[in-house]
Design a protein around this ligand. Structure first.
Ligand code: BYC
Length: 352
């Protein structure tokens, strides 16, 4: 819920006070509302990174689409990878409500001026990796993103609700795939264990640096953008995942993992923060490959963007002058859809 807008123009102090009160009351900041410049910039930074992660995140699993072991597995994986594309699109749209330009964000990603999640710089070596990404990577994403459904910025929070529903399906399909493989042959069980060994530590790094070394957390939490610290979310993920690993029958590659009887939470070993820094700054096993492919997708498909932009401009012109000839069928279709649903045909609400 958004706080009622100010009734008359106010100076910056009054606007800041209204913003602070809105955040403190757990109401939502909406695109029309005044917001501090730092809040806008932080949101664009985080939402853009999040969107880039979804789009780059299609690559490691997408590599297996042509080699899925059955038609059923292929259909599931195709649906998942398409979902990630959809998540990227909601998130770029949310960033646009803050004044960002989608093409500019993509350029910044490709030029290394914006980040994407470290986790997608690791290779997918066997089909067990598809299952482990669903279980661990989407599991970590759920831990991180469910609290973002309560983020103070309305468009981001609302996008997260749908994203989390789909991530939940992603996690389940991953776990179901792993359960199937664990009931299979020794070779299949070994593949699962090998994938768990390779993805466990990178999954813990997804939550970001430790709280003591996280420059953005304090301000983001004060603004209600982030709801929990990196370490708290990482701990929740470990607590959630250890019993799932036991049920699956795999060993998590951490000899220090043990239940603390006093807190009921799991203690775990030291994370290699140098590895996270290296991967974030371009030195992971697949950074070059991921960005090269993203650049090729942008350049090879520029004609689609140009055609879509020209078509959208044409439609806008038609709406502005309804007497223009030759397009009544398209206009009529749009009007009928709007009348039936009460929203614009292109509005995401229509499909939710
Ligand atoms: N990787 O001050 P901190 C998915 C950066 S995709 C790379 O703690 P913050 C899926 C951080 O950006 C979902 N960079 O930052 C898709 C900052 O750099 P800048 C991905 C990282 O923002 C396909 C610096 O390190 N999820 O689920 O307070 C298939 C200092 O960090 C990482 C999201 O994007 C990292 N792991 O907190 C399957 C969630 N960690 O920007 C699945 C939304 C830190 O100052 N994002 N950095 O240059 C967030 O919740 C927060 O941005 C983070 C970082 C927790 C990631």
């Amino acid at each position: 819920m958004s706080a009622p807008p100010l009734e008359r123009p106010a100076d910056d102090t009054a606007l800041q006070a209204h913003f602070d009160a809105t955040v403190a009351a757990e109401h939502r900041i909406e695109p029309r509302d005044w917001m501090p410049e730092g809040y806008r910039k932080t949101l664009i930074r985080q939402i853009a990174q999040h969107a880039h992660s979804e789009i780059i995140g299609m690559q490691p699993e997408g590599d297996w689409l042509l080699a899925a072991p059955s038609l059923r597995r292929k259909a599931i994986l195709l649906a998942k990878v398409q979902d990630e594309a959809g998540h990227g699109l909601y998130l770029y749209s949310a960033a646009e409500t803050l004044g960002a330009d989608r093409a500019d964000l993509t350029d910044k990603l490709i030029e290394g001026r914006q980040k994407y999640s470290s986790i997608f710089n690791y290779p997918t070596l066997t089909y067990a990796d598809v299952g482990v990404i669903g279980w661990l990577v989407d599991g970590a994403a759920i831990c991180n993103q469910v609290p973002l459904c309560r983020s103070s910025y309305g468009p981001y929070a609302r996008a997260m609700i749908r994203v989390c529903k789909e991530e939940s399906f992603h996690q389940r399909q991953g776990y179901e795939l792993l359960m199937t493989m664990m009931r299979g042959t020794d070779a299949q069980r070994a593949m699962v264990q090998d994938a768990v060994d390779r993805w466990w530590w990178p999954s813990l790094m997804m939550f970001g640096p430790p709280d003591t070394d996280s420059p953005n957390s304090a301000q983001s939490m004060a603004w209600g953008i982030k709801r929990h610290s990196n370490d708290e979310l990482r701990q929740r993920f470990v607590d959630m995942t250890v019993p799932q690993a036991e049920f699956l029958g795999v060993t998590l590659p951490d000899p220090e993992l043990s239940l603390d009887p006093e807190t009921g939470r799991y203690r775990f070993g030291a994370i290699d923060w140098d590895e996270l820094k290296r991967v974030i700054s371009g030195g992971g096993p697949c950074n070059v490959e991921r960005i090269t492919r993203r650049r090729a997708a942008r350049d090879d498909n520029a004609w689609v963007t140009e055609a879509a932009t020209a078509y959208a401009a044409k439609r806008t012109g038609e709406r502005a002058s309804p007497q223009a000839g030759g397009t009544s069928r398209l206009r009529g279709t749009a009007t009928e859809e709007r009348n039936e649903s009460g929203v614009e045909p292109s509005s995401p609400e229509k499909h939710s």
